[in-house]
Design a protein around this ligand. Structure first.
Ligand code: NAP
Length: 249
């Protein structure tokens, strides 16, 4: 596994903000990495499959416009304590800080289930990635965010997790995203004194493996995430946004 330092063709830029994106081997996470690098962030493109992360980072670097910042692969499975701890240790050793954490990885858009007949094993498995994953990431990376001058934490959520419009269906997905929204509010309140801006975003319905055909382009969904990842210091915290506009909780 290459370490985040193994990138001779992209020399270290100590002034570039450093971002880490989970679940970045495809879909919205991949495009968030591309857009963050295009606007000057050094990006740690993480995936549970280290070969896939390496391949995607290389693809993005090969297709990048001049002036794009570095994109480096890093193995990270958000359900695995050891993987998360190892990634945090590597970031600490190499950079000593993290400026932007994007908790993007998620699973199980369970259109086949109803809450009244749900398989709880499926719900638990979804919670391990969609709720405990971002929570595990926060536990490991908040100390590195505290070392940043402009720290941002973005939880990629969904309007499916909004209680204001909650109906039936997709129970594992909707309940875990509602819980992620609650976690967002708590982290925002607790980390406000540290200047860490914590927000949830909905990317909208996006044409990815999860969203399926018919959704909007991946670039638009990723741009919705970029809004919260690149907020100014006086930007909001504890909010829920799509395309930079507030959504009801
Ligand atoms: P996607 O195409 O299914 O991609 C999901 C990504 O998460 C993949 O890279 C996958 O990696 C990764 N992942 C899954 N489990 C992981 C784990 N344990 N550790 C690390 N990475 C893991 O999904 P997407 O549509 O891009 O969704 C991205 C985010 O947007 C999610 O939070 C989703 O809930 C949210 N969202 C999407 C839509 C939509 O319409 N697409 C709408 C609202 C919200 P592998 O390649 O290894 O499986």
């Amino acid at each position: 596994m290459p370490s985040p330092t193994d990138s001779p063709e992209f020399p270290d830029s100590p002034t570039a903000p450093l971002a880490l994106v989970t679940g970045a081997t495809r879909g919205i996470g991949r495009e968030v990495c591309r857009q963050l690098a295009a606007c000057g962030h050094t990006v740690l493109l993480t995936g549970r499959d280290e070969d896939a992360a390496g391949r995607v980072a290389e693809e993005l670097r090969a297709g990048a416009r001049p002036g794009t910042a570095d994109i480096r692969p890093l193995q990270l499975d958000v359900t695995d304590d050891r993987s998360v701890a190892r990634a945090a240790a590597r970031v600490a050793d190499t950079f000593g800080r993290l400026d932007v954490l994007v908790n993007n990885a998620a699973i199980t858009y369970d259109t086949w289930q109803r809450a009244a007949t749900a398989d709880l094993a499926v719900v638990r498995e979804a919670a391990e990635t969609n709720l405990y994953g971002p929570w595990r990431m926060a536990l490991a990376f908040v100390p590195l965010l505290r070392a940043s001058a402009h720290p941002r934490l973005v939880n990629v959520s969904s309007e499916a997790g909004s209680l204001a419009s909650m109906g039936g269906g997709t129970p594992a997905y909707a309940v875990t995203k509602a819980a992620l929204n609650a976690l967002t509010r708590m982290l925002a309140a607790e980390l406000r004194p540290d200047g860490i801006l914590v927000n949830a975003v909905c990317p909208g319905w996006v044409a990815t493996d999860m969203g399926g055909a018919g959704g909007r382009p991946v670039a638009e969904g990723a741009a919705s995430v970029l809004y919260a990842a690149t907020l100014p210091d006086d930007g909001p915290t504890g909010g829920f946004f799509r395309d930079g506009r507030p959504l009801p909780w």
